[in-house]
Design a protein around this ligand. Structure first.
Ligand SMILES: C[S@@+](CC[C@H](N)C(=O)[O-])C[C@H]1O[C@@H](n2cnc3c(N)ncnc32)[C@H](O)[C@@H]1O
Length: 261
């Protein structure tokens, strides 16, 4: 599939999304219970929706029942995500059922919310029509803001990124915590949320190897002793980069946390 239609997706993000889709298929194939409920995917900080759209294109042929929820705080990002969805439907890159399988919503992943933006938990609650419905999440994926304010200002962030991406997309809002660095705040929040949703697979893009290692350590601190998970760090796969014509990059890394049943 061409990457052209998925506006704004970085090659690393695209590569991780392919890996995530492969893992979802593999886990579903190994799952003896063969549940009838839809495969449930949540894409936090969805931006222009490129991860959600690509996942639909990759997974719809394998899953009859698919529910993908993309969430972002920015109304402009959500407007672009809807536009991106319509554009890819018109191009025939997405199956027509994408209109009912994919939904974009506004919420604050950090949980504060305000008059116009609900906190993430109330949004997720409102999406479940029947309170007894099983809300387990199969894949929670996110490429959240992960650059520190200092790094953003001191020129270490690539100029192309600094000039064309809004600060909201890159730099987490300032937070003071003794437990984690301010640029890691989204990971803390997302991992906690993922456990609450009994998520099977968590895929988190990180800025570099050091941040990915901090995220794995954060997961180990936050997870309860009784739960069984495996956690690792994916490199961008060279083969994907070559196969889909991407430029080689050595920057970002991806943390993958999997619930062991
Ligand atoms: C690095 S961009 C990722 C966009 C997209 N997922 C991708 O991979 O191209 C981060 C996104 O996080 C969103 N964001 C920032 N703060 C947020 C918050 N508190 N809650 C939800 N989304 C937020 C921004 O609007 C932006 O779209």
């Amino acid at each position: 599939m061409s990457s052209v239609g998925y506006a704004n997706e970085q090659p690393e993000t695209e590569s991780y999304t392919y890996q995530a889709a492969r893992l979802v298929c593999q886990v579903a194939a190994d799952d003896k219970s063969k549940s009838e409920r839809p495969l449930r995917i949540i894409d936090l900080c969805t931006g222009t929706g490129c991860i959600s759209l690509l996942l639909h294109a990759l997974l719809a042929p394998h899953f009859q029942n698919l529910s993908i929820t993309g969430i972002d705080i920015s109304p402009r990002a959500l407007w672009l995500a809807q536009k991106n969805l319509r554009h890819n439907l018109q191009l025939g890159q997405l199956a027509p059922r994408a209109t009912t399988d994919i939904h974009f919503h506004r919420a604050d992943v950090l949980g504060k919310g305000d008059g116009s933006t609900p906190p993430i938990k109330s949004l997720l609650r409102s999406l479940v029509s029947n309170p007894s419905e099983h809300t387990q999440c199969d894949l929670l994926i996110s490429n959240p803001p992960y650059i520190s304010r200092a790094e953003f200002r001191n020129g270490t962030t690539a100029r192309s990124v600094r000039l064309f991406e809004p600060e909201l997309a890159l730099v987490p809002s300032d937070s003071i915590s003794e437990d984690f660095r301010s640029e890691d705040i989204f990971y803390h929040r997302i991992i906690t949320l993922a456990y609450e949703l009994e998520t099977k697979i968590i895929v988190l893009e990180c800025g570099d190897m050091a941040q990915a290692q901090r995220v794995v350590a954060l997961h180990k601190r936050l997870v309860s002793k009784e739960s069984k998970f495996s956690a690792g760090i994916w490199p961008t796969r060279e083969r994907d980069l070559a196969e889909y014509g991407f430029h080689q990059t050595d920057g970002s890394r991806c943390v993958i946390i999997q619930r062991l049943s």
